[in-house]
Design a protein around this ligand. Structure first.
Ligand code: C5P
Length: 414
């Protein structure tokens, strides 16, 4: 940016010229629990989720360029990512430029996006790029926007963008964009299975609505346990204090027995709201091969109970707080998983393969199609990735760990 251009700080003062280049990194995320409530009037669904940022990240470099924003895509996951104005990072830069009074038509930007996070994979890759663009633009133009304003811009760009900005471990409510930090101990080690196809987030949410139906479950598939997948437990709201959690045990072929233990759970205050440890959907985790997820084995998921107020299971919060991977493996849950499986039944084979190969838990990442397998430590993750490499259930397997920091400046050249 040339001296004398129009960037201004939040108080309307002209800011020093940018120039040089800024490189920012921003993380992928995993939802350790994802509970989905009813569709809202604005088209979004009410969520309660526990996010953790992964040490898998995209890097974004900004430098001076021709008018507008010109994008160059690099990296192993660059294929199929839009390079035009529909790229979320480009939209983020236009939004930020509008806020700080920078004229991109006069002083444009060259943006190099190094993609390691696959697109449309449930890992918030686009959101990471948007968050990186906000941090990079703010640093490049030296606008020093107050954090709450950056978060507000992030939320306008997408429900997951505020978490990409924040990173760490956080509870998300609202659309998933209202964040409260959550306690976490130690590191969790995962294997991510990248699929060879994509799933659009809106279509997975729409499939969940379809499966839930307008008037109730209409004969949902049930599992072998009276507590898992049964309409009585999963279909309706439970009174505070009477809700129950169950844990499941798996054998080599998926779920062999369920309801190993069930305990009354405490009420947990999350982000100012009361979160009950109640299951409203179908447990995932090591129960990835549960008959309720398979529907009629091969014929897909037929129906699901209607939505209830989304609440986080106390078990997942406790496992993360304790840094206990075995407990977390049992507590993983994703209400979008049956909908994604309904659209892409091959995901069950992938989830089962991870459990069969010894994962402590398996869960779909966000709206999928990436599957995540939890392991006890880094060595186990590397071994699991190697064991899965020949199975053909996914395109590639990647050991990763969490938590990681949110979007941050890596380097700056003047
Ligand atoms: O916010 P973002 O653009 O990432 O969301 C993509 C789509 O995912 C939304 O348009 C909506 O269809 C769906 N979604 C939802 N409820 C949420 C988050 C996303 O229905 N809480």
């Amino acid at each position: 940016m040339a001296p004398g251009t129009t960037s201004r700080d939040p108080r309307g003062r002209r800011t020093p010229a940018g120039g040089g280049s800024v490189t920012v990194t921003a993380p992928a995320k995993i939802n350790l629990a994802l509970r989905v409530g009813a569709r809202r009037r604005d088209g979004y669904h009410a969520l309660a989720t526990l996010f953790q940022a992964l040490d898998l990240a995209d890097d974004l470099t900004l430098g001076p360029g021709a008018p507008g924003v010109r994008v160059t895509l690099t990296g192993p996951e660059a294929g199929g990512v839009p390079a035009g104005d529909d790229n979320l990072a480009v939209r983020a830069l236009h939004l930020l430029a509008g806020r700080v009074g920078h004229d991109l038509d006069a002083d444009g930007l060259e943006l190099v996006l190094h993609k390691r996070i696959p697109a449309a994979a449930g890992l918030a890759g686009g959101s990471a790029d948007a968050a990186a663009a906000l941090v990079a633009g703010d640093a490049y133009w030296r606008t020093r926007l107050p954090r709450p304003e950056l978060v507000e811009l992030a939320a306008a760009l997408g429900a997951d963008v505020p978490f990409s900005l924040t990173g760490g471990t956080a509870v998300g409510t609202g659309r998933g964009d209202v964040l409260a930090p959550a306690l976490a101990r130690g590191r969790f080690h995962w294997v991510l299975a990248f699929a060879d196809h994509r799933l659009g987030t809106p279509s997975v949410f729409a499939e969940l609505d379809r499966l839930r139906g307008p008037a109730g479950p209409g004969g949902p598939p049930v599992g072998r346990s009276p507590l898992i997948g049964s309409p009585a437990r999963a279909g309706g709201p439970s009174p505070v204090g009477s809700s129950r959690v169950s844990s499941t045990r798996v054998g080599s072929t998926g779920l062999d027995s369920a309801d190993v233990s069930s305990t009354d759970v405490d009420s947990t205050v999350v982000g100012g709201t009361l979160a009950r440890g109640v299951g409203t959907g179908v447990p995932t985790g090591p129960a990835a091969g549960h008959p309720a997820l398979r529907g009629d084995r091969g014929r897909g998921v037929r129906a699901l109970p209607p939505p209830v107020e989304p609440v986080l299971p106390a078990s997942v919060l406790a496992a993360v707080r304790a840094g206990d991977p075995a407990a977390l493996g049992r507590a993983l849950v994703n209400d979008l998983q049956p909908a994604a499986v309904s659209l892409a039944p091959g995901l069950l084979r992938c989830l089962d393969a991870g459990v069969d190969a010894g994962a402590l838990g398996a869960v779909l990442c966000g709206s999928g199609p990436t599957c995540a397998f939890l392991t006890a430590d880094r060595e186990s993750a590397v071994a699991l990735a190697a064991a899965l490499a020949g199975t053909g259930v996914a395109r590639s397997f990647h050991p990763v760990s969490a938590p990681a920091a949110g979007a941050r400046v890596l380097s700056r050249r003047s």
